[in-house]
Design a protein. Structure first.
Length: 132
């Protein structure tokens, strides 16, 4: 199940992710995803500063900011990844990954952050556009 570098085989990890997806539909009647949880988290944070504004937003009238099973699923992904990284000894804080540093230089932290942020915006926009 593990590769020689200590990581999981991508085939096993992918198959297990597929099983979790099937079980999610079977037991909860919904597909698991992340983008709705991120938007709901933003709504929960915004409610701290202006609950009346959140109550007036059309999106939050339809999808109230709340902690539900998908939100807890995201917490579980974070905790599971953290436990996996810590127990495998592969956890390290690194602003610029080795592959990025080899291509663009180790001193390009701001460039890396800007590209990562832009990629996240594009991915989230696409996920929300697809109603994901």
């Amino acid at each position: 199940m593990k590769q020689s570098n200590g990581g999981w085989s991508p085939y096993v990890a992918g198959a297990l992710s597929g099983v979790v997806g099937v079980l999610s539909v079977w037991f909860a009647g919904q597909y698991f995803g992340a983008s709705t949880s991120f938007v709901r988290t933003a709504g929960l944070i915004e409610q701290l500063f202006g609950p009346e504004r959140v109550a007036q937003m059309a999106y939050f009238v339809k999808n109230a900011p709340k902690i539900d099973w998908q939100w807890m699923f995201m917490v579980g992904i974070f905790l599971g990844a953290m436990i996996s990284a810590l127990t495998s000894g592969s956890f390290k804080l690194q602003a610029v990954p080795d592959m990025w540093a080899a291509r663009f230089g180790a001193g390009s932290t701001a460039k890396r952050a800007a590209v990562a942020f832009a990629g996240g915006v594009v991915a989230m926009f696409g996920a929300r556009l697809a109603d994901g």
